[in-house]
Design a protein around this ligand. Structure first.
Ligand code: ADP
Length: 401
């Protein structure tokens, strides 16, 4: 980390078993350094730090988040300057669950930390890890403003009929049970970029955004406001994901408990970590899945079909909810890179004004681009997401950078 970092935002994503950080200039979008601390709590931890002078990699046991962050800060100081001296404008924290409390990027003080911690029952894997990230970063950089950007915030506009589960009202109220939605920073960023790409005002457009990564979610956006999304109380609902099942009859959970004698921890593990593509095919990575499909593996072929079927169901639902759509945008690892998924999820929809152009769909590009045919009433786009940049910009805007 050296010259040119002044005015940058340090974006910190402290997840359940890994931490990512990146130093980004909010105006240019340039990333001058980035790091990954992974396999926290395992004997074979790893820290990778990329900076303008090269890449540092350490393989070392990382017992917990605090130790991992301290080690990473030491590496940063060893190869360049200590973080406190590089002219950071703000630290932007990616935070998973803002519950009913946080709807906007928020400057973090002790009270905010306490509130995020209080929301841990809604996101037991994520909020405690987020809080540790905040605590360590605030202790290391006490004179720099810290800003929280919440994954749920963009979806606080969901109308009551989309946010409400049809269960006993009192039980729902007492336990904060409603649909919150996740990946909001990405859905907001991508929908704004799509409007910009088309040269249209966000307020004029009905959009569907399909964020297809390891985790996957769809959203329906009217005039820049989210009116529905596929994830719910937790990021388990909705589309088929790498290891998560997405929509499932809640009766399956009861059945697994009553008839299979599984405990709540086992069911949690099954649905969050051993389901989705992995549960169906044995692999969670989409490229590995496609390799198996290419080799004629039947389990992988079914996993692919289930994935596409679920995606089409959501697209259909959102087309109707929005009363017609102007733009459908694909983003994240699978959405940006996989032409098959884009083609198959929108195949045969010419009657609805949706026609994907094969050549445009297969073009090798990483820029925002249109993949619909000229005769398609609906614009179909691929727009790379950049949640870190969105967080950097939100933090800079809030602290007046
Ligand atoms: P997350 O941020 O949720 O961890 P990403 O958005 O990075 O996930 O997406 C990861 C997924 O994208 C993986 O399943 C990976 O296989 C898939 N992916 C990345 N590159 C390609 C590619 N070129 N073709 C197909 N799938 C890809």
């Amino acid at each position: 980390m050296s010259e040119g970092t002044a005015g940058s935002v340090l974006v910190l994503n402290s997840g359940s078993s890994s931490i990512k950080f990146q130093l980004i200039h909010p105006e240019t979008g340039e990333s001058s350094a980035s790091g990954l601390i992974e396999r926290i709590g395992e004997p074979d931890g790893r820290i990778v730090y990329r900076h303008c002078g090269g890449v540092e990699e350490r393989k070392v046991a990382i017992p917990d988040h605090r130790v991992g962050l301290t080690m990473a800060a030491d590496i940063v100081a060893e190869v360049g300057r200590p973080l406190s001296e590089v002219g950071i404008l703000a630290v932007g924290h990616r935070l998973v669950h803002g519950g009913d409390v946080f709807y906007e990027p928020t400057v973090i003080d002790d009270e905010v930390v306490q509130s995020i911690s209080n929301l841990s029952s809604l996101a037991p894997l994520h909020n405690p890890a987020n809080v540790i990230g905040i605590e360590v970063a605030r202790a290391a950089l006490p004179d720099i403003p810290h800003v929280g950007v919440f994954d749920t915030a963009f979806f606080h506009t969901l109308p009551a009929e989309a946010a409400t589960y049809a269960i006993d009202r009192e039980v729902a109220k007492e336990h904060g049970i409603r649909r919150y939605g996740f990946h909001g920073t990405s859905h907001q960023f991508v929908s704004a970029r799509a409007a910009e790409f088309l040269g249209k005002d966000l307020s004029e457009l009905n959009q569907i955004v399909l964020h297809l990564g390891n985790g996957a979610s769809a959203s329906a956006i009217r005039g820049g406001r989210a009116i529905d999304t596929s994830m719910g109380l937790t990021p388990l609902e909705g589309l088929v994901m790498g290891t998560r099942c997405g929509d499932i009859d809640p009766g399956v959970v009861l059945h697994l408990h009553r008839s299979a004698g599984m405990g709540i921890g086992q069911i949690d593990d099954l649905l969050n970590r051993h389901s989705g593509l992995k549960g169906l095919s044995g692999v969670n990575d989409f490229r590995a899945l496609l390799t198996l499909v290419g080799e004629g593996d039947e389990r992988a072929a079914l996993a692919y079909d289930v994935y596409i079927h679920r995606l089409r169901k959501y697209i259909g639902a959102y087309l109707v909810e929005l009363g017609g759509v102007d733009v459908i945008t694909f983003t994240a690892g699978v959405g940006e890179n996989n032409a098959d998924v884009r083609r198959d999820s929108l195949a045969g929809l010419g009657r609805l004004g949706i026609v994907v152009d094969d050549e445009r769909n297969c073009a090798d590009s990483h820029a925002p681009r249109r993949i619909s045919a000229d005769n398609s009433g609906v614009q179909v786009l691929v727009v790379p997401t950049d949640e870190e940049l969105a967080i950097a910009r939100a933090a800079a805007e809030l602290v007046g950078g």
